[in-house]
Design a protein around this ligand. Structure first.
Ligand code: ZN
Length: 73
């Protein structure tokens, strides 16, 4: 069990009240927002995943073009 009472807010140094987005934060909304930002915003990891999918789609398209060029020869 994590002893949150012994932890300090990572952004302002006050008594931590929450463990959110992999950071100890106090009750301040500003500090919570900072914790969210450090994690890349709400759904930050989803954005990274979308980027990855876009890259895969791009590679698939590239392969299709290559295949077409081979057939035309
Ligand atoms: Zn704080």
């Amino acid at each position: 069990m994590m002893e949150i009472d012994e932890e300090r807010c990572q952004f302002c140094g006050r008594q931590a009240k929450h463990f959110a987005f992999a950071a100890f934060v106090c009750d301040s909304k500003d500090c919570m927002d900072k914790a969210i930002e450090e994690r890349g915003g709400p759904g930050g990891h989803m954005k990274a995943k979308k980027h990855q999918q876009a890259m895969i789609a791009f590679e698939v398209e590239q392969k299709k073009v290559e295949e077409r060029e081979k057939q035309e020869r």
